[in-house]
Design a binder for this molecule. Sequence first.
Ligand SMILES: NC(=O)c1ccc[n+]([C@@H]2O[C@H](COP(=O)([O-])OP(=O)(O)OC[C@H]3O[C@@H](n4cnc5c(N)ncnc54)[C@H](O)[C@@H]3O)[C@@H](O)[C@H]2O)c1
Ligand SMILES: O=C(O)CC[C@@H](O)C(=O)O
Length: 392
Amino acid sequence: MAETARKILTLNAISARGLARLPQHYVVGGDVAEPDGILVRSANMHDMDIPASVRAIGRAGAGTNNIPVKKLSERGVPVFNAPGANANAVKELVIAGMLMGARNLVPALKFVEGLGGSDEEMHKATEAGKKAFAGIELPGRTLGVIGLGAIGSHIAEAAIRLGMQVVGYDPAITVDAAWRLPSQVKRAESVEDVLRMADFVTLHVPLLDATRNLINAQRIGLMRPGAVLLNFAREGVVDNAAVVEALDAGKLHAYICDFPANALKGHARVVALPHLGASTEEAEENCAVMVAGQLADYLEHGNILNSVNFPNVSMARESAFRLAIANANVPNMVGQISAALAAAGLNIHNMVNKSKGDMAYTLVDVDSAVSGDLIRTLAAIEGVLAVRYLPA
Ligand SMILES: NC(=O)c1ccc[n+]([C@@H]2O[C@H](COP(=O)([O-])OP(=O)(O)OC[C@H]3O[C@@H](n4cnc5c(N)ncnc54)[C@H](O)[C@@H]3O)[C@@H](O)[C@H]2O)c1
Ligand SMILES: O=C(O)CC[C@@H](O)C(=O)O
């Protein structure tokens, strides 16, 4: 059988090493029509008319708040991401951010930029002015980490190595992340507990309805005087107006973030980086390699790994005839699918069905070719969202 020339639309620049993970016969570009899959980084897809041809989305990164995941679930389309692939890059920038805040590096650099006159005048002004930028050291200080997933757990570990005390909060920490945490990390019972105990607070939660404005005026009120707040998660997790008020009142020492906004612009105690957390050669490559591999495995074989809306499902190929069915997680789907296959005279060679929340997914290998009529019958079952036939 000829290879299917699948088409992949890229909405952002995707690292070449990642694209090389796609089969060679794929057509890839920023302007392909009727794509089978989409690769994206931070481009906002909420207002995009996503073509009906799209079978899967690959997010070369962690956060998927730029993607209409719910709408895609209703179409039976998985959204893949790259968990942990940029965690080290973000960790390093957060450590840099803590040091910027602790040593007042940005205001100090601005002061130096403003120096003029002869070298001798500069030296004099330097020695007279430097006391305004005296800072603190990290060992012995407490770092509060809110969200102990791929990034938060790495930061907790790095901070312990730097001699800091670490207190963390995550109501749904995964087993993997918990294993990564050094035993010295203290477990807090709430966001409020972390805020009360920490000199530096860093946020590593996804942007969800539940985390929007997680850090607001009332919670900032609980923070230690002179604390440094770091936000390399998402803009919406922090109320910018409340932060500016706390900075102006001297309650917060600095706000270091990855999300420039008008409310923060020009503030002497704000460092806003241009969403640089994942912008390293290594992270861009790791994310693209991971997600392109997952996308291709799904398009070719129906296997699912690291989808935010579907369960992990993978089955070794022992038959040339495979059906991949996305369905709602409701009773009797497997029964109806099996009955339709039996009525068509097909023998099931292997089958797996798994669910995640409202979504379920079924892979079925059969012993002989599948007809167009059977695919239409399966697609017409109530609760079936998408059916793909994947002959090897
Ligand atoms: N600045 C950047 O360039 C950059 C790069 C990567 C990720 N991010 C952002 O960081 C977020 C986290 O990334 P990750 O790779 O660590 O994701 P992750 O899924 O591994 O970890 C997120 C953790 O947050 C926890 N969480 C959810 N709600 C919480 C709450 N209310 N309080 C405390 N914990 C909560 C989850 O249980 C999970 O353990 C991403 O969703 C993304 O928005 C930003
Ligand atoms: O792709 C990027 O540059 C940012 C990615 C980052 O925000 C993420 O959520 O992984």
